[in-house]
Design a protein around this ligand. Structure first.
Ligand SMILES: Cc1ncc(COP(=O)(O)O)c(C=O)c1O
Length: 397
């Protein structure tokens, strides 16, 4: 008979153990730094490439692997790594694949902090950063040093849908890796690992799970999906070396929200199109940007690749030049349902003000001069959102 344990020990070693099998609607949540080994032989036999050989919290738990497998599946890939933010997923890719002397190509409309990270690598390690125009594949001229091209479909502020087909083909001919920021498409608008009628595929997708998968505007996370095992192991190694890991609680929350992600995405896509139709008729704007809009740059690429007809929940407007910064600030400050904030994919609609002059390296002849406001459509009724914009526009008339 085992001796009665002291209270201090009882407080730690609870008598109840998790049952072998119990089915619940949501998978069980594991929180771990330490993972307890069954035996020393199990400790010595484990191998780092085996995702299910649990060894330590940073390496993963059933909770993180469940979400990772789910994201890989949704995006049409095979392997997935989770990172604590979309940006950290991006920097993981840059750190894992780029070496000193390599050339990396980025779209002029790429998510800004990605370019900042690359510029930082350029300054410290002699990596060459080159910018291309996403709607003109001729502007992408890789040299023999070219290692990686970053794609974004659509670009998250000016919403040009890139010439994905020709850019990927050209990168493949140059033996480069292709990485797509897939946050806008979320694996729902098109399959990045099998797109166009020619079944083209990118090598890597990065997804800010902070947006649609989280859906709440309250959790940060990112993912890196691949199909190639060797490439996955390269990324996995860097993931481990850098100690990149995510919290079990955050992961379980995102897993829970995935159940209704496509319903939310579809609704936000539809509401964005309703707003687009109305915004186009307003006299205040010189341009309304949305890939489904026939006048938007890259529309034909969107039509060819996004055969689902989906287009996320982002619409941008460029105000006519007579509206100066003070007027646009007044417009933004007069919005009530739309809150002023970064990010998208949550329940609350957001607006953000941008000055394109400070954001682009190339001359973008397809964009009008003027200040830009991006609307991220939430889950409110689109008629209320239109009313909100209408009220704010009245303030600057
Ligand atoms: C297109 C795109 N990629 C990546 C990110 C980075 O995601 P996170 O905010 O999780 O770092 C963002 C965030 O706004 C984004 O818009």
């Amino acid at each position: 008979m085992t001796a009665h344990k002291k209270t201090q020990t009882q407080l730690i070693h609870a008598p109840r153990k998790a049952p072998q099998y119990i089915e619940t609607v949501q998978p069980p949540l594991f929180r771990a730094s330490t993972i307890i080994f069954k035996s020393t032989s199990h400790l010595f036999d484990r191998h780092w490439t085996d995702a299910y050989d649990y060894s330590y919290g940073t390496h993963g738990t059933p909770t993180t692997f469940t979400l990772a497998d789910n994201i890989a599946q949704i995006e049409g890939g095979t392997y997935c790594l989770l990172a604590p933010s979309g940006l950290s997923a991006i920097t993981l890719v840059n750190s894992a694949v780029l070496n000193s002397g390599d050339e990396v190509w980025v779209a002029d409309n790429i998510y800004g902090p990605n370019l900042e990270h690359l510029n930082n690598l350029q300054a410290r390690y002699g990596i060459q950063v080159k910018i291309y125009n996403p709607i003109d594949a001729n502007s992408f001229q890789p040299t023999e040093k070219a290692k990686l091209i970053w794609l974004e479909a659509a670009g998250s502020v000016t919403l040009e849908f890139p010439d994905l087909k020709n850019l990927v083909k050209k990168a493949q001919q140059a033996n480069m890796l292709t990485a797509l920021d897939n946050t806008w498409g979320a694996g729902l608008a098109f399959n990045a690992f099998d797109f166009s009628n020619e079944h083209l595929s990118v090598d890597i997708t990065v997804h800010a799970l902070t947006k649609y998968p989280s859906g709440g505007g309250d959790i940060l996370m990112g993912s890196v999906v691949t199909r190639d095992q060797q490439l996955h192991h390269k990324l996995y190694r860097m993931h481990a070396i850098q100690g990149i890991s995510v919290s079990g609680d955050d992961t379980a929350q995102i897993q829970r929200s995935l159940a209704h992600m496509s319903l939310r995405y579809d609704q936000q896509s539809k509401s964005a199109v309703t707003l687009l139709d109305w915004l186009q008729q307003q006299p205040h704007f010189s341009q309304v940007l949305h890939p489904s809009h026939a006048d938007s740059a890259g529309h034909s690429f969107w039509s060819e690749i996004c055969t689902t007809g989906k287009s996320a929940g982002l619409v941008s407007v460029i105000f006519k030049p007579e509206y100066d910064l003070a007027a646009i600030q007044k417009f933004c400050d007069s919005l009530s349902l739309f809150k002023l904030g970064f990010s998208w994919g949550g329940p609350i609609s957001l607006a953000m003000l941008y000055d394109l002059k400070q954001m682009r390296s190339l001359e973008n002849t397809h964009l009008q001069q003027g200040l830009l406001v991006r609307f991220c459509i939430g889950l409110e009724h689109p008629e209320d959102l239109i009313q909100d914009i209408q009220n704010a526009l009245k303030q600057i008339e």
